[in-house]
Design a protein around this ligand. Sequence first.
Ligand code: GDP
Ligand code: MG
Length: 600
Amino acid sequence: MKHVRNFCIIAHIDHGKSTLADRLIQACGGVSDRDFHDQLLDSMDIEQERGITIKSNTITLSYKAADGVEYELNLIDTPGHVDFSHEVRRSLMSCEGALLLIDASQGVEAQTVANLYLALEYDLEVVPVINKIDLPSADPERVREQIDADLGLDPFEVVLASAKTGDGLDDVLEAIVSKLPAPKGNPDPEAPLQALIFDAEYDAYRGVILLVRIFQGRLRSGEAIKLMHTDADYQIEELGKLRLKRVPDKELLAGDVGYLIAGVKSVSDIDVGDTITHVNAPAAEPLPGYVPAKPVVFSSMYPMSSDKYIELGKALDKLKLNDASLTFQKDSSSALGFGYRCGFLGMLHLDVVQERLGREYDLSLLLTAPSVQYRVTTTDGVPRVLENPIEFPDPATIESVEEPYIKASVLMPDRYLGVVMELLLDKRASATKFSYLAVGRVELTCDVPLAEVLFDFYDRLKTITQGYGSFDYEVIDDRPTDVVKVDILVNGERVDALAMLVHREKARARALQACEQLHKHIPRQNIKIAIQGAIGRDIIARKTLSPYRKDVIAKCYGGDITRKRKLLEKQKAGKKRMRSFGSVEIPQEAFLAVLRTDTE
Ligand code: GDP
Ligand code: MG
């Protein structure tokens, strides 16, 4: 145990976490030059392309330190985005220390602070590393001040490095072995087993691979194990270490990080965060800190061509094998046919799922406006949790509605304080507080409805702060709200797929926006068509699509007014008949246009 270090790298997105991981792996000979490619730990195509880490990854490295001892370093990669903060938490739970990586030109940002607090919550030893010192715009001294003033960490403990050039890499490695603690706890291999499942991934050939951190006891191949929260038993088929590839071993001991295969069929059969113990001689208690991940954003997915519905179901089943936090159930709409109602951890998760379905399964999809989960109590006193506008009860029967709130934190240079406050007020923020950090920087915290950050919040923040503002949040609680269901009517008919749940204050604006988009994208018809937004029976927005008008009197030139009038009357009657019978075909582009304004 003395020569093991379990650590992770935490950072704001783009501060160089993946690049530093690559360098560490190379420096410890974890990969041959031939097999090396950038962002080794990011295995999905989308991760590689967008440069984001979605799924955490882990690798065991051997490092011969300056003191002559060979250390075993377990690098536990963490995703950098708030949507996946539950994964960050689990990764942190399996470490004793963390490298807090900060970009030498960007300085401390919102996720740097959020991640540091998380690390401290789990009692991790934190070593700050200033990265990208090779950049011409690097200002390590200013960042050092921020580390002191904003983060309260010792500025003299800072390690300077460049993950790109490899400068300072030895210092980083030495800091890992000298400043981060070895695993603590009972070293007796006969003590009752407690192992944390901190990650799981699906392998088409082997089933689910569980990544575990042993806290106490010993785990051996062939043993019968019990998952304490899910109360399921399995038998270990194989276990070992992760050295970029899986390397089988006979046992894992307290302090170790490794993988195990035990015939688990799907990631949703287990709970990441669960504790493994032996069936014989089990531990008295599971490890603390278990929080299951819950989806908070919901949207219905419809395939563009309705014959792809079955395929969509199969694809979702497959994604679910590897992504337990994705939820879905059958859904249908009279306008769009059959589809699935899906739950996501956040907007990035939604984006990633949609993109993977497109890329890996060749499915183009239409997604309805994302919604949060509302707690609705009706006059019969029964509280219900719902997120689908279709299920929203008659307003007359609603006693109260609650919606989820987040604690948001925005970090920015103080010159943007005014515009950011304005944006947050528009987003119904309350309990706004700000505090000055190191020179010229402000941290603003407030409570905001989660629903408000689903729409255009992040982009608007980036625009008004010219990219300098950064944002982080955590879901806190449910609070009373005045939410209404807005229906969109085309030619008097409700279009179910376009219904949305909106705060009353925003209802008119959102309805009008939808009407305008439809107006732009529905081709003109023979009759006049009203495109309306409504709450219940009240029309709150309207656009009119003017008809094609055939000039029926074109042929009668000259005199006879009664003949002209007759023709016009006839035309009017015909249109009236069309209006009452005809239903308007809404083209797919129109749906796309309306639904897109919501997510952009
Ligand atoms: P992550 O989002 O924290 O994983 O960040 P990445 O490792 O993907 O790095 C983000 C960008 O910064 C990439 O374009 C890297 O090439 C670049 N980068 C990372 N480290 C350095 C560095 O030390 N110097 C310079 N100049 N660029 C770096
Ligand atoms: Mg990365």
